[in-house]
Design a protein around this ligand. Structure first.
Ligand code: ARG
Length: 460
């Protein structure tokens, strides 16, 4: 049996059963039960303080709601799947428990400002743990970067070996991205953390509500400034989903690199068995499924963002039922990113870094060619001439199956008389990486300084 509808007085018939299922949001908004109850407790206390309801009713409502919350937590009370939404369910249960006082809770309030408040409070509660996961990931990156501050690897452009960097530097590039992600999350939460309660259905109310007091009790930073905007704003869902989409862009790029690094073509890392999978047919396989799934799930989160943007783009002010679609999308975005990080962090933490292979790849890719040219510049040759001479040397190496390190000095001198023994020191990979110590560069000492700076940031 469907519970009695809030609007039963106006209607002659019950809502069609299948339509009720379609209309109902209880399947997903029951996640906000606690926030709904806390919001109602703050509202009721304010109503009593303002003399809008009696102190006795205010107290009965608060006690009743506290009892409902405790029973939901203990499992003594089950949520009715036929209820229209969590707001209706809680109010109905309250009235069943405390009688008429329960019917006074909704004075000066609408489900439109109520659901908006619940959204904000609930999403705030998800943002904190997600922030903690990002912080944990950055911490893991710092530890690994410190360990591999001096591990020379080829840096790439166009996925072609380009110039020498260090693995620590490469990892700290991701730390920077995740730091920005935290900043975006914090920023979105800051804008979201204001109370719309008091906006009513759309036009506020004639009751003398103390909106600021309710916001304060709920640890919010203030109140919305316009009742129409208060009930129809879902920017915060979109902002959060956009921030989460960028987290997924970063996780997906990182995953892509991990997948490449695991391949026999690179073999820069090996994933721990606990974070890899095998094949049902090919006994030799060790697959980076986790990284691939994270890369794939990025699409899902972008879909959530697209859904939200599309739901909102044509809505006239103020509330429209379309907005009920906000929850599944933004909740899914949070759930997905949380799941991805839960698998991704220990996968990165436990990966084995094959520094020997990185160095071999660095040695084979002529990534010290720029340094060779710079050496000639140091001898007085204009850079363009030095660049050309080095290009000729690289071509000679390729033809002879040699590297710049193994090419004999006569060959160097045949191309340019300015070369002497010192060239081998100039193109030494460790030196090439260590000399790139301009701020933001890959030198081991820079990586250590960067780790220190980032650690301080995430600690503070
Ligand atoms: N379940 C609804 C939602 O999520 C609650 C608000 C209902 N308001 C209304 N006027 N029908 O948006």
């Amino acid at each position: 049996m469907q519970p009695m509808k809030l609007w039963a007085g106006r209607f002659q018939k019950e809502l069609d059963k299948k339509t009720n299922d379609f209309n109902s949001s209880i399947a997903f908004d029951s996640r906000m039960a606690e926030e709904d109850i806390l919001g109602s407790m703050a509202h009721a206390a304010m109503l009593a303080r303002q003399g809008i309801i009696s102190d006795a009713d205010g107290q009965a409502i608060r006690d009743g709601l506290a009892g409902i919350l405790a029973d939901l937590k203990s499992g003594a009370l089950a949520i009715d799947p036929d209820a229209e939404d969590i707001h209706t369910f809680v109010e109905g249960e309250l009235t069943a428990r405390i009688g008429d006082a329960g019917k006074r809770l909704h004075t000066g309030r609408s489900r439109n400002d109520q659901v908006d408040l619940d959204d904000r409070l609930y999403l705030r509660s998800l943002a904190g743990p997600l922030r903690a996961q990002l912080t944990e990931l950055i911490g893991v990156l710092c530890n690994k970067a410190e360990e591999y501050a001096g591990a020379v690897m080829p840096g790439y452009t166009h996925l072609q070996r380009a110039q020498p960097i260090t693995f620590g530097h490469h990892l700290m590039a991701y730390a920077e991205m995740f730091l920005r992600d935290i900043g975006r999350l914090d920023d979105a939460v800051r804008r979201m953390n204001v109370s719309p309660l008091g906006s009513g259905a759309l036009a506020s109310t004639t009751y003398p509500l103390d909106r600021k007091a309710v916001a304060k009790e709920l640890a919010m930073d203030g109140v919305t400034n316009n009742s129409l905007d208060g009930v129809s704003d879902r920017d915060f869902c979109i902002e959060l989903s956009a921030a989460l989409s960028l987290v997924m862009v970063h996780l997906s790029r990182f995953s892509e690199e991990i997948i490449l690094w695991c391949s026999w073509e690179f073999k820069f890392i090996e994933l721990d068995d606990a974070f890899s999978t095998g094949s049902s047919i090919m006994p030799q396989k060790k697959n980076p499924d986790i990284a691939e799934l994270v890369r794939g799930k990025a699409g899902r989160v972008f879909g959530d963002l697209t859904a939200l943007l599309t739901v909102m783009k044509g809505l006239p002010l103020a509330y429209n039922k379309d907005m009920q679609e906000d929850k599944e999308a933004v909740f899914d975005a949070f759930d997905t990113v949380k799941m991805c990080l839960t698998a991704f962090i220990p996968m990165v933490d436990t990966m084995r870094v094959l520094t020997g292979n990185m160095r071999k790849a660095a040695a084979g890719g002529f990534i010290n060619a720029t340094d060779c040219a710079d050496y000639l510049v140091g001898k007085g040759l204009p850079f363009r001439d030095a660049y050309k001479a080095t290009g000729t040397l690289v071509a000679a190496c390729i033809e002879k199956g040699l590297t710049l390190e193994t090419l004999p000095l006569e060959e160097y001198r045949a191309v340019c008389a300015l070369f002497d023994e010192g060239v081998y020191e100039a193109i030494n990979l460790d030196r090439c990486a260590a000399l790139r110590r301009v701020y933001g560069g890959p030198a081991p000492e820079n990586v250590r300084a960067q780790v220190k700076r980032v650690r301080a940031l995430i600690a503070g």
